[in-house]
Design a binder for this molecule. Structure first.
Ligand code: ADP
Ligand code: ASP
Ligand code: MG
Length: 865
């Protein structure tokens, strides 16, 4: 035991519900308390939550649930069982506390659900769990004392708070005094255990800190005691860039400053109670978030000495948001209108979160975690408001927030994010004046499934700078060992050969045929697919075409030039294995294609009307636009009204009639809605829709679902799950057995088989940014400039060196978008003359290259080893 001393340094350890519900976790708690005390020669306060689920039950009882008596009995049984697991005497340890719980059930205040009674009910969970913990740890030989949090944490009276908030959602004094610290340190044991969630009301009774408030209790203890640090131990190893249970690709945030952490917590990351940061920030007490199951992981640290990193750090979601829309005739600049409106919110004890205003409308949001927003309160508010304006309540909504420094300067990177929200009904958009967040309010139902998509878009667009390892750690999925290890890419195996090829001149594309074959065979093994075509626009190198034809693929062309290329490269190819699917092609191309005997796909009625003699008596495939698209970037989304591709579904009957009149036989039906589509469900839906049309047309034999299979360009992208895809197709095929199924991928077959080699020309530092220039630019590979596409970049000359320095990798073209990647990690020694490699460039690399700025086209080379 340490001698009590006013200057004792304390460490506060807070353990959440799941961390206190199992015996082995209490063993961890005991070990951690001991370790911290020894490591830092400190004293330790353990702050605990109720056993998991208990506060929910107590809330139901406090709300006056009809079966409260049974619930109390179940709670008692639950705690007795846990004591049995801990091998403790239930009566000796908890007898009195359980009697108090039962007594609350029959308390005279229960009938009116008096607020002070509710607070006492809610506080029982933490009183029980801390009492259990004290007994168990003492039994394990730890010298530990129990203290009542209500003796030390006193609720503050905040002006204008409702009676509900003053009792059930309180804030506490975090300043304390030397006397308080001295008194606290007078307690005899080196380790103390106390309760989260509860504090002392001014009337001496119990007050509650709000759901999840135990974190804040720990922070108050930390601030009052001027603790060395506050550690929040929970069931995830830190704060993540999104709720990891919803977004498995969420990244651990290893280090945050108080302000960003505050914003992430306030906007919905339940892992930290929003009010827990300010007390620590004001008292300069560092915080950490750690995982009780995996105490060895480093977690998230939050303190005031973090170098700010611009960019989105997290995306979070709050449910149960209520929007109040107030429409007022002629309110524009009417003096005092807002004052009148807000006076009514004040009257009903409601604090407003977001605000949007227009000429005749003001809309505000109410956050249920800060307010009592039940139907009674809303009805009373609406009644008052309707005296001065027309009121509409929109609920339940979800607020989805992007958090990070410098939000305003990031807007240009958020085009995909805006586009995704654009598909939903957005009620309100709000940008915080501290430039730390951007919030979208949509219907709660629309928010489901949106976060993983948005999170991916934030990474792909560079708005979330995950490559910055001072902030971003591993993915949740990775930490859980759920990442399939990637095979070493072929170009690492072939490194010396590639370095030789680079000596013969750069920029140079190199394609690896064995990789092409591997992808081709993986697709060939998918049983429900009857016919496979390779979309040669991805890469029309003759050797790739021959290889894929040998692997059983037909070829799909979009221009007469591509048709010529196909028959030059593979003269013996039967035209029956060739598709011609042009867009807005001139008449002569259709004529030439029919002349070659290939299968032509048409996607409009106008061509039939204008050039009937070209199409009369032919066999055709029809391309339809199913009215919705998808894809890795807006520019490759090929479905929907805004897209130029495909016959509008509404005109299919008209097309069929015009075709009949010309004696045309329609045998195939095709749709291709976008590239790099990640949503697996997309394919099934598309097959179903196409089959519906095919039946109506009557002569269709084959359904072509296009391409669009994604590849994992970024380390954060999961490889496309071919097995799941195949299974989905099998199910769809079983429903529509009458039709053969065709696919026509491009990227999937060749992207990973190609790299672009370039030589570093110059390394230049400007205003703190280091750039390495290459002899290849956007003329050689346009995808980064055109689609903000990500390509990994390696210094092939220095592959064995650590990538420790950050570079922008740029080309020689006179365009500011001539950038292959920003803040890329490369060896610090990267120098002119080094051979640089841009990976996954086999698709849409050379085929989109140009001689812009009068630069030569890159060279090409094929490896077959
Ligand atoms: P405790 O009971 O330990 O207080 P909580 O359930 O209150 O734990 O908080 C931990 C949970 O917070 C995690 O299990 C996770 O589902 C959720 N969570 C939501 N957003 C985030 C985020 N951005 N990072 C980490 N966890 C989050
Ligand atoms: N037990 C309380 C709750 O579940 C407080 C906490 O766990 O943080 O809300
Ligand atoms: Mg919590």
């Amino acid at each position: 035991m340490s001698a009590s001393h006013p200057h004792d340094r304390w460490i506060v350890l807070k353990f959440g519900g799941t961390s206190v519900s199992r015996r082995h976790r209490w063993d961890t708690i005991g070990k951690l308390a001991k370790k911290r005390a020894e490591e830092h020669q400190a004293r330790v306060v353990i702050v605990v939550s109720a056993l998991s689920g208990v506060t929910n039950e107590l809330t139901a009882i406090a709300d006056g649930a009809a079966d409260s008596a049974q619930r109390i009995a179940a709670l008692e049984a639950r705690h007795r069982e846990f004591l049995a697991e801990l091998e403790l005497d239930a009566e000796a340890v908890l007898g009195e506390r359980l009697a108090a719980l039962r007594a609350l059930g029959s308390d005279p205040r229960a009938g009116s659900r008096a607020l002070d009674w509710q607070a006492e009910v809610l506080g029982q969970g933490e009183l029980l769990s801390s009492t259990i913990g004290a007994a168990y740890l003492a039994g394990q030989g730890l010298e530990i004392g129990w203290c009542d949090a209500r003796q030390w944490l006193s609720a503050l009276a905040i002006p204008n708070q409702s009676a509900w908030s003053q009792r059930l959602s309180v804030s506490c004094d975090a300043q304390g005094s030397e006397e308080l610290r001295a008194a606290f340190s007078q307690q005899p044991t080196r380790v103390l255990i106390s309760q989260g969630f509860i504090a002392r009301h001014a009337d001496g009774g119990t007050a509650i800190l709000g759901r999840g408030g135990s974190d804040t209790s720990a922070a108050y203890f930390g601030a009052l005691l001027k603790a060395r640090r506050v550690e929040i131990w929970t069931d995830v190893p830190g704060m993540f860039s999104a709720n990891p249970r919803e977004v498995p690709d969420a990244r651990l945030l290893t280090r945050l400053d108080y302000f960003e952490a505050q914003e992430i917590a306030t906007t919905g990351a339940k892992v930290l109670h929003p009010r827990s940061i300010k007390p620590c920030r004001d008292a300069s007490v560092p915080m950490a978030i750690l995982d009780t199951e995996r105490p060895e992981l480093p977690g998230t640290s939050i303190d005031g000495s973090v170098e700010p990193v611009p960019g989105v750090k997290a995306i979070s979601r709050r449910n149960g948001i209520v929007l109040v829309s107030m429409e007022g005739i002629g309110m524009w600049q009417q003096v005092g209108f807002l004052a009148d409106v807000f006076a009514l919110f004040k009257k009903h004890g409601l604090s407003v979160d977001l605000i949007g205003s227009a000429e005749t409308n003001v809309t505000v949001s109410l956050d249920p975690s800060e307010n009592l927003v039940n139907t009674d309160v809303l009805a009373a508010l609406s009644a008052d408001l309707s005296e001065i304006c027309r009121v509409k309540v929109i609920a339940p909504c979800a607020a989805i927030t992007l958090v990070g420094r410098g939000m305003r300067s990031l807007l240009h990177k958020l085009s995909d994010v805006w586009a995704t929200f654009g598909k939903e009904r957005v009620h309100m958009i709000s940008q915080s004046s501290n430039d730390l967040n951007l919030t979208f309010v949509i219907d709660e139902a629309d928010a489901d499934g949106l976060l993983p998509i948005l999170h991916g878009e934030l990474i792909d667009s560079g708005a979330m700078p995950v490559e910055d390892d001072t902030v971003f750690g591993p993915r949740w999925r990775e930490i859980n060992g759920a990442v399939r290890p990637r095979a070493t890419p072929w170009w690492q195996v072939q490194r010396s050969r590639l370095l030789e090829l680079a000596q013969a001149g750069t920029p140079r594309y190199v394609y690896h045929l064995p990789t092409v074959r591997e992808r081709a065979r993986a697709l060939a093994a998918i049983a429900p697919i009857d016919q496979r075509y390779y979309a040669i626009k991805a890469n029309s190198h003759p050797m790739l075409l021959r290889t894929l034809v040998e692997e059983g693929f037909g070829l799909e062309c979009v221009s007469y030039g591509e048709l010529q290329r196909v028959f030059e490269a593979v003269p013996e190819l039967s035209p029956r294995r060739v598709l011609f699917t042009p867009s807005f092609a001139p008449r002569a191309e259709y004529e030439a294609a029919f002349g070659l005997g290939v299968t032509v796909t048409l996607d409009n009625v106008e061509a039939l009307q204008r050039w009937p003699e070209v199409f009369r008596g032919r066999t055709l495939w029809l391309r339809v636009d199913l009215g919705h698209g998808d894809g890795h970037h807006e520019k490759v989304n090929t479905g929907g009204k805004a897209s130029k591709f495909g016959l509008s579904a509404a005109r299919v009957d008209e097309f069929v009639a015009a075709a009949r009149a010309l004696d045309i036989t329609l045998t195939g039906l095709h749709a291709h809605l976008g590239s790099g589509v990640e949503a697996e469900g997309h394919w099934r839906l598309m097959c179903d829709e196409l089959a519906g049309f095919a039946r109506r047309i009557g002569t269709i034999e084959i359904i072509d679902i296009g391409g669009g299979l994604p590849i994992p360009y970024h380390a954060d992208d999961e490889p496309f799950d071919l097995d799941a895809w195949a299974k989905g197709l099998e199910e769809v095929k079983a429903v529509h057995p009458a039709f053969r199924l065709a696919i026509e991928p491009g990227r999937y077959l060749v992207a990973e088989a190609g790299v672009l080699l370039a030589a570093a020309t110059q390394v230049i530092e400007k205003d703190g940014i280091r750039r390495v220039g290459l002899d290849a630019g956007m003329n050689a590979l346009i995808r980064p400039a055109l689609y903000d596409a990500w390509h990994d970049i390696a210094n092939l000359s220095r592959l064995e060196e650590q990538d420790t320095a950050s570079f922008d990798v740029v080309g020689p073209i006179c365009e500011s978008s001539d950038v292959f990647g920003r803040r890329r990690k490369l060896p610090a020694t990267t120098a002119p003359g080094d051979v640089m490699l841009i990976s996954d460039a086999g698709a849409y690399g050379y085929s989109m290259a140009s001689t812009y700025n009068q630069r030569d086209l890159p060279k090409e080379e094929v490896l077959d080893v």
